[in-house]
Write a protein that binds this ligand. Structure first.
Ligand code: 5AD
Ligand code: SF4
Length: 471
């Protein structure tokens, strides 16, 4: 048994990690043929991509996928700890599974992902959720076949969570959700330790994959006909810093662009590591999409300092405008937290005025959520929750206003869209533009998911645009 421990998870040292090629355990291949699984994924794209590996590992064991948890022999929750809300959703699901297990005694239930890295969650599972069969963490996902096999063979709760990041595992099997767009991990973990954020504890220190491994993966995707890759990391801009003296995110972006893949996206960028050379590379290569996610979190330098964000309002705005001025037609989206401990009305107004200046194309807005073990959890927080909710509402009104304003300007123009499929509600197609706008559109041409088409925009909404394929 390995239990999570934040003290250990926080440790950052020069310890080398090894690159290890994953090898299949043939003893368990197809051992559970005929059994079914249901995998529920919470959280970010990193988790979504982990779930693509998890599905492949479960398939290797012989399990086949079902779409309804009530039909499954095994239910696995790939969890997120970023805010309390995500946390509560997973525990809510465990409640439903407890009922199901009363009727279906053989049901196997497991929990993995970021919540598995939290000592308090694992304590609770060991104490009050003894019926949960197994838990494994983000650093030992590759052990899934052995952990599940052991849980089934021994009929005893298995808790296997490595607190410290282990080696870098290459060659894990993957079952991708799409055959035209793909996630590619480039860096794991985060060393920034923003004071509100749990990720550096749940995902470990920054570890870059070798550039050769990333480029090989992208080239294989190009050979398989993929149209889009999203380079993933908690902080992609730190790519290479831990392993190379002279090879950065800008170099990697350039090399990925040279593979000829039609569309490249990357997420998430910390403003601290966003270099001029990155901006130049984004502007230079038409297959690097002109769409940047640049979380600001707050418009107040005082709050940014309390958050440990390493930039000020002024330096963020300087970077923002540099990107806008250098990359043609670029759209910039952001994340904003309201109600950080001690945020005053004045601080909040600075966030509003920053939004007025940046006129973001998209923004994810959150109320601060206390995460046990983070420094912000201990700060005095006198603002009542009702006031925080009002602030969120005021902020949302302004961000929504600019989404619509920006979208209206696109009416009449033609955008390149990667077709994703038929949108259920309106019997129209949908897809995303190069600038990452959601477009619903009609087509009298025969088109399919994965095609790149030109769409003329006919009308604008707050969160999407309508259009028609140009003949
Ligand atoms: N409370 C609220 N929002 C948070 N985020 C991260 N941690 C917290 C927290 N404790 C938000 C940040 C981040 C996004 C992924 O989630 O805005 O950029
Ligand atoms: Fe949530 Fe962060 Fe974990 Fe992603 S990495 S699942 S956002 S806690």
């Amino acid at each position: 048994m390995h239990l999570p421990d934040y003290k250990e998870a926080r440790t950052r040292d020069k310890r080398d990690y090894k690159r290890i090629e994953y090898s299949e355990n043939s003893d368990v291949k197809d051992k559970y043929l005929g059994k079914t699984f249901y995998l529920k994924t919470y959280g970010c794209q990193m988790n979504e991509h982990d779930s693509e590996n998890i599905e492949a590992l479960l398939t290797f064991l012989g399990f086949s996928k079902v779409d309804n948890y009530t039909d499954a022999d095994l239910v696995l929750l790939n969890t997120c700890s970023i805010r309390e809300n995500a946390h509560n959703k997973a525990f809510g699901m465990l409640g439903r599974l407890k009922h199901l297990k009363q009727e279906k005694k053989d049901l196997i239930v497991g929990l993995c992902g970021c919540m598995a890295q939290e000592a308090s969650v694992v304590d609770e599972i060991m104490k009050d959720y003894k019926w949960v069969n197994f838990v494994f963490g983000t650093h030992n996902m590759y052990q899934l076949p052995e952990i599940i096999d052991k849980a089934l063979e021994e009929n005893k709760q298995q808790i296997e969570v490595f607190s410290r990041e282990g080696d870098l595992i290459e060659g894990l099997p993957v079952l991708r959700v799409n055959d035209y767009k793909a996630y590619v991990n480039i860096i794991y973990g985060c060393d920034k330790f923003c004071t509100y954020c749990i990720v550096p504890y749940t995902r470990g220190r920054e570890r870059s994959r070798l550039k050769e491994d990333v480029l090989e993966e992208v080239k294989a995707l190009v050979r398989d006909g993929y149209k889009e890759v999203t380079l993933l990391g908690q902080n992609v801009n730190a790519y290479g810093k831990d392993i190379y003296d002279n090879y950065t995110m800008a170099n990697l972006l350039e090399d990925v662009a040279k593979t000829g893949i039609p569309r490249i996206r990357f997420t998430t960028s910390h403003p601290w590591d966003f270099t001029d050379s990155m901006i130049e590379v984004i502007a230079k290569y038409p297959n690097i999409m002109p769409s940047v996610h640049l979380p600001v979190q707050s418009g107040s330098s005082r709050v940014l300092k309390l958050m440990g964000r390493r930039y000020t309002r002024e330096s963020y705005l300087e970077l923002f405008h540099k990107i806008k001025d250098t990359v043609p037609n670029v759209t910039i989206s952001t994340d904003i937290i309201v109600g950080f401990p001690g945020e005053s009305e004045e601080d909040f107004k600075e966030t509003l005025s920053l939004v007025e200046e940046c006129k973001y194309d998209n923004a994810f807005t959150f109320i601060f959520s206390k995460r046990e073990g983070t420094p912000a959890c201990k700060l005095a927080d006198p603002t009542p929750e009702s006031e925080k909710e009002k602030r969120l509402q005021r902020l949302n009104e302004i961000v929504n206003h600019y989404f619509l304003e920006n979208n209206k300007k696109l009416v009449g123009s033609s955008l390149e869209v990667l077709v994703e499929g038929i949108s259920e509600k309106k019997n129209m197609y949908y897809g995303y533009s190069d600038t990452n706008k959601l477009i619903n559109f009609s087509s009298d041409k025969d088109i399919k998911a994965g095609d790149l088409v030109k769409v003329k925009i006919t009308s604008a909404k707050t969160w999407s645009l309508d259009g028609e394929v140009v003949r």
